[in-house]
Design a protein around this ligand. Sequence first.
Ligand SMILES: Nc1ncnc2c1ncn2[C@@H]1O[C@H](COP(=O)(O)OP(=O)(O)OP(=O)(O)O)[C@@H](O)[C@H]1O
Length: 283
Amino acid sequence: MLKINNAKKRYPAFELDCSMEVHPGEIVGLIGKNGAGKSTTFSLTLGLDRLDGGEIELFGKPIQELDDQIKQKLGVVLSDSTFNGNLTIQSIQNILKAMYTKFQPRFFEEKVKAFELPRKQAIRTFSTGMKAKLNILIALSHQAEFLILDEPTSGLDAIAREEILDMLRSYMEEDPDRSILISSHISSDLETLCDQVFLIDQGKMIFHSDMDTILSKYGILKVSPSQFETMDKSYLVKVKDETFGKVCLVNEKQYYLENEPELVVENANLDTLFTMYVQGESK
Ligand SMILES: Nc1ncnc2c1ncn2[C@@H]1O[C@H](COP(=O)(O)OP(=O)(O)OP(=O)(O)O)[C@@H](O)[C@H]1O
C-alpha cells in the first residue's frame, strides 16, 4: 500500500529521514510529539512536498507518478486541510460527487445527519469538532482503499472520538484489503485501533512494533536506586530518573514477574512507551 524508504526532507532547523510501510489490511499509527515530523511525513507521502532524498511508493508506484486513478483510491485528512470557508455541506457534496467516481451520497447524507451537521451553513462558522467530523466524512465518502489521516480526532470530545473510531473500524470490516495510516496525539485512540505503531522523534523513526507485542511484552518497573543496582538488566530498554528512584521500560515483563518477584511490574501502554522512548535513556 505504502512504502517509505529513507524519505528525506531538509528544513533550516529540521531534518526528516524516515522509513515505514503500510500493508493491505493494516491500521498503522504514527505517534510523535509536537514538531517530530508527522505532518511532514504525511505531506511527502501525498506528494504535496518535494522529497530531498529517498523513495516513497503508493500502490506500488513512485509518489512522483501520483495520478488521478491513485487519488480516487485515497481518503485524506490533513491537519490544515479544509474546503473554502464560504462553502456549505450541500455544495461540498456536489464537489465530491464530481470529484470521485465512487462517491456515496447516501452514506454521506446519513452521517451528516447523525453528526447533526447543518447542511446550509457556511463551514467557516463550524466549531473545531464540527470541522473535524466533516473532514473525516469527506475522507470516508468515496470508498477509498487507503485512508491517510493526520490527527483526525483532534478537537473532538470523547464521545465524538469514539464515533469516529467506530466508523474507521466499520470501514476496515467492509473490505479486508483496506488500510489506514493515522496519527494522533491521543495514544489511547491508537492503542484500541492500530495493528502497528511507529514512533517518530526529531525526524527519525525510533521505534516500531505491532500493538499486540507492546501490550503483551512491554512492562514498566518502578524501582529504588538499590533495586536498580541489583536487578537483571537483560530486558531493560529505557530508564528514566524519578524522585523515588528509576522507571524502567522492559520488553519481557513476564521474565521479571517470574524471576524478580520483589519488583512491581506494571503493564506498559502506548503512552508510557512513548514517554519512555522520548524522555528515557538507553541502558
Ligand atoms: N515549510 C517549512 N519550513 C520550515 N520548517 C518547516 C516547514 N514545515 C515544517 N517545518 C518544521 O519541521 C518540523 C516538523 O514539523 P511537522 O509539522 O512535521 O511536525 P508534527 O510532528 O506534525 O507536529 P505537530 O504534532 O505539532 O503537528 C518542525 O520543526 C517544523 O517547524
